[in-house]
Design a protein around this ligand. Structure first.
Ligand code: DX5
Ligand code: ZN
Length: 218
């Protein structure tokens, strides 16, 4: 099986000490950057100017998660900044396939995310257009929420379809991932794990990252 990736969400970091907060996650795989526009979700974080500074400062590549309306218009900007991956929401995109192609053309991994209530079957015929699929395990908008186990059958079905088609697409989960929940997400087929409060809330961040990785592998 593929080595699990652990992507700490800097939504749980101290925003005014971002340089130091980024340095603390140097042993993780990607820094997960939650862009929220107070429209697609009822919360507001940062935009391209801040993400560009985070990109310049981060010891590890950026995994940008766009919780914004009209990603068709804004997502390419984050790829231009140099983000390793740019994930937009299926619910918000007018033309997900052409947007994914544009992101890849710029050089980013193209990701698509679905909310807990969004069916996944619509993605089966276009799996090859994406490098990663994010199955949200909470309603997007806030850190520190409880993991929704009812999203697991959907992830399992997607993972089966990915295997059946021999696809290399990464399967990501985001929301409520902790020592207590990561094993069930891994068992359902996730290979990439976003965790905010479980990592930034730990006394020893490096140990928390290693522990999550070990549990996902088990
Ligand atoms: C929620 C964000 C998540 C959030 C996860 O809308 O997409 O990335 O930071 O935080 P935790 O791990 O605390 O649930
Ligand atoms: Zn996120």
């Amino acid at each position: 099986p593929r080595a699990p990736r652990i992507n700490p969400s800097i939504l749980a970091a101290d925003f005014v000490n971002m340089q130091a907060e980024l340095a603390r996650i140097a042993t993780a795989d990607f820094a997960h950057v939650d862009v929220m526009d107070n429209h697609f979700v009822p919360n507001l974080t940062f935009g391209p100017q801040m993400v560009e500074r985070i990109q310049a400062t981060s010891p590890i590549p950026l995994d940008v998660h766009l919780m914004i309306t009209d990603p068709d218009r804004w997502a390419p900007e984050y790829a231009e900044i140099g983000a390793a991956s740019v994930t937009f929401h299926l619910e918000a995109a007018a033309d997900p396939v052409s947007l994914a192609r544009r992101l890849r053309d710029i050089g980013a991994r193209a990701g698509v995310a679905i909310k807990p209530g969004t069916p996944v079957e619509g993605l089966y015929s276009v799996l090859e257009e994406f490098d990663q699929i994010l199955v949200m395990t909470v309603e997007p908008g806030f850190g520190g929420q409880g993991f929704l186990p009812e999203t697991m059958p959907k992830l399992r079905a997607l993972a089966d379809e990915v295997r059946r088609r021999g696809s290399q697409v990464w399967l990501q989960v985001d929301g409520g991932i902790s020592d207590a929940t990561i094993e069930q997400a891994a068992a359902a087929g996730a290979d990439t794990f976003v965790a905010g409060s479980a990592i930034y809330g730990a006394d020893d961040i490096e140990a928390a990252v290693t522990r999550l990785r070990d549990r996902a592998r088990a």
